[in-house]
Structure formats: C-alpha cells, structure tokens
Design a protein around this ligand. Structure first.
Ligand code: NAD
Ligand code: MG
Length: 397
C-alpha cells in the first residue's frame, strides 16, 4: 500500500550503495524503518550505523568479528541482536520482520541472500549484479514463483525498468540500449593500458563506487556483466541488447520500440535516484538529487565501445551466447582477476587474458541449480588462481 511503513533489511550497509540507500531512507523517517544491517568485517562502521538507525538485527558476514559486534551493541545499550556468518545474511533476507531487502553486497558472496529474499517474496532492490550473472534463471524463477517485487538498482537496468511498459509486457520492444561511460580509460590504446595502476582504474570520471565495480567499469567488464544481467531481468537475447558509450553518464539507458520511439531515462550520476525508485515504486520520493540542468549540460555524446582495447565486453557476450554455467565462470574468473589486479599481482590487460584462459578450460554446463552454479564458480576460481600462480598470464605488476 502506497505510503505504508516499510521495514528494510540492508545487506552490504557499509558499502557505496549501502551509504546511498541509508541517505534516502533517512530522508523519509515516516515511511521506512531500518530493520537489519549487515557488513563484511568493518564492525566499527556497522556499529556507528546501528547507533544511528537502531535496527532490530545486525550481522557481520565474517564470524571472526561476531564478539566485537555483540559487545559493541551491548556497550552502546542497543536492543539490536548480533548475528554472524553467511547463514545470518540468508536468515535476515528471509525474516518476516522486514518486507524490503536491499541486496548491496559485492560479488558472488551475495547470491544466497539475494535468492532468499526472492523466495520470501520480498520487495527486492537488486544491486548485486554478480548474483544475477551467476544464477539469473534461478533468481527470476524464484521471483515469479514467490511473487517477489524485483526492482533493479543498477542505474542502467533501473532506467530500462522505468522505460518498459508498466504491465511487464515486452510488446513492441525492438532492443535495449545500455549506456556505458567508457570509464577512466576511454579512448586509450592497449599500449597505454598496459601499465595502468589500481589507483588510476578506481578513479571513475562520473560515479563514486566500490573498488571492484570501479575496476570493472575501467575494463568494460561492468558493462559485460550488465548485458547478462539485462538478459535475465528483461528476458531478451544478447543480440537485442546493445551497448553504446556515452561519456556524460546522463542518459542511464534506453528502450528502442518498433514504432521508432526511443524512451530514455536521464538524471545525475547519483545512485540515490535508483534507490528511491526501488524503495517507493510506483511512488516517487525525494532523493536529495538535484535536477539536471540541460542548458549547462549542452551536449550528449555517443560512441561505439572499443572491444579491441577492452575485450571484457566481448567475453561477456560470448559467455551469454554459450549460456549455462559460462557466465558464472566469467564472473568468478573476473573476481579473481580484479582482486589480483588490486593487489598488484596482475596487470590491467591480464584481467581479460586470465578470464579468457579460464573460459577456454571450462565447458558450459547447462544445469541452472544453485549447487551446480556454485560448483562452476568454485572450479573457475580454482583454475584462475592456478593460472595466476603459474605465471601463464601476465603475472607481475
Ligand atoms: P562496496 O565495496 O562499496 O560495498 C560492498 C558491501 O558488501 C560492503 O558493505 C561490504 O561489507 C559487503 N561485503 C563485501 N564482501 C562481502 C562478503 N564476502 N560477504 C558479505 N558481505 C560482503 O561495493 P558497492 O560499490 O556498494 O557495490 C555493491 C554492489 O552493487 C556490487 O554488486 C556492484 O556491482 C553493485 N552496483 C554498485 C553501484 C555503485 O554505484 N556503487 C552501481 C551499480 C551496481
Ligand atoms: Mg551500472
């Protein structure tokens, strides 16, 4: 019911999306209550959020931090129950004490809690794109079976969500166009890309985000993951999902209809807009985001993506076309590669090389059960780590 009090569980509360979500929630105290918060290991930050939002539940994914969380909550005199471990995240997502789950964990680590929220029929604000890449068929089946209300939080998919027919139909849709900023290295040659640092890769021109997605944006793997995400969320094949580089990040994505209409959603590059859409849809609520000044903006530019210099986008299309477990393999190898790059154990161009080698070694298995997809994820991590250790891929930074 529009305007009813909504109880929100925020998984990944200490991250970039988590902070934006809490900013929007805090603007509407009569409309949202924070029921649960989770973090991976940053207990002090989580405790500070608990003091401010006084949730019923708080969890650390890493159980080693449980005593610090429990004692910190007690010392602050809070009624919050401390929880720990990956099972705690799933329990929070399934808990009937909240009706809305914001899936803002980074990486495949978010898949179990995302699925649990879908199974519990929650309103699911989905930022954790890796879980869609890993287990999209399963997630969409659970959403349909249990009547969950999924709102994509990725800005591109949130834009498409807003531009598609409200009845959920796809009639007259010719294709989806995902916009890409091109990241900090747009227009760079492979030669120049060979020596870029993690600091350069994380300095995104338009968006302020966590380090993993920042590297993904720089390599264009973020757009590749988003193509696969769009395929699952909107049910269109890869051939009808196109990527266009748009450096201003003002148009967040578009839907192209057979009659020649193109519907676009425009806005500031600020995730509070997408989170406000997710929290209140179909209502519109204030998000703290200034309107666009079109005259000041004056122009919008578009380019084709350069898949020669940025092969990750091509690899993602190939994984989607191969189907089955291959997108899970792509995602897992990418997580290993990005982590190695951030630790200076792999060069930037080693990211696509490591992913491609890993994909070559693993077949596409058709089963979509969670166990099978997690097995493919684990196997891909093992193969990618072994390739990394062997130095077969450009190893030293
Ligand atoms: P972040 O690194 O800033 O935050 C990640 C959060 O996940 C933190 O709260 C962290 O404690 C938690 N976390 C990390 N590892 C975990 C684990 N193993 N188990 C449980 N919790 C864990 O990341 P972010 O930028 O906020 O991105 C979160 C998700 O949203 C990602 O999937 C990202 O692709 C997606 N996304 C982010 C943005 C953005 O603007 N930041 C935009 C679109 C989509
Ligand atoms: Mg995005």
């Amino acid at each position: 019911m529009a305007g009813a009090l909504s109880r929100v569980a925020l998984l990944g509360a200490t991250g970039s999306i988590g902070g934006s979500a809490l900013d929007v929630i805090a603007r509407h105290p009569g409309r949202f209550v924070v029921d649960a918060l989770s973090a991976h290991a940053r207990v002090d930050e989580l405790l500070a959020l608990c003091r401010r939002f006084r949730p019923r539940l708080a969890a650390v994914a890493d159980p080693a931090h449980y005593p610090a969380l429990r004692d910190g909550l007690a010392a602050a005199g809070l009624p919050t129950t401390a929880m720990a471990g990956p099972e705690a995240l799933e329990a929070i997502a399934a808990d009937p004490g909240n009706d809305t789950v914001i899936a803002a964990i980074v990486g495949a680590a978010g898949v179990a809690s995302t699925l649990a929220a879908a199974r519990a029929g929650k309103r699911l604000l989905l930022a954790n794109k890796e879980s869609v890449v890993l287990a999209g068929e399963l997630l969409m089946a659970e959403v349909a079976r249990h009547g969950a209300r999924l709102v994509p939080i990725d800005s591109e998919h949130n834009a498409i969500f807003q531009c598609l027919p409200a009845d959920g139909g796809r009639g007259g849709v010719r294709r989806l166009l995902l916009t890409a900023s091109g990241g900090p290295f747009r227009g760079w040659s492979r030669e120049r890309l060979a020596s870029v640092s993690p600091e350069q890769a994380c300095a995104h021109p338009n968006w302020s985000m966590g380090r993993k997605i920042s590297v993904d944006s720089a390599s264009l793997m973020n757009k590749g993951l988003e193509v696969i995400e769009a395929h699952h969320l909107f049910g269109l094949p890869g051939e009808r999902i196109e990527v266009v580089v748009h450096p201003q990040s003002t148009i967040h994505s578009l839907v192209d209809y057979v009659d020649g209409s193109m519907l676009a959603q425009l806005g500031q590059p600020d995730m509070r807009t997408t989170l406000a859409v997710g929290l209140a849809w179909p209502d519109r609520i204030e998000a703290g985001v200034a309107p666009l000044d079109l005259v000041a903006l004056s122009r919008l530019d578009f380019e084709r993506p350069d898949t020669g210099a940025f092969p990750c986008l091509r690899l993602a299309y190939e994984a989607l076309a191969a189907g089955g477990s291959l997108p899970a393999v792509l995602n897992a190898a990418n997580e290993v590669a990005v982590s190695a790059f951030l630790q200076r154990q792999l060069a930037f161009l080693g990211i696509p090389a490591l992913i491609e080698r890993t994909m070559e070694r693993l077949p596409a298995l058709p089963s979509a059960t969670l166990a099978d997809r997690l097995a493919a994820d684990a196997e891909a991590r093992r193969v990618a780590e072994a390739l990394l250790a062997s130095g077969a891929v450009w190893g030293a930074a």
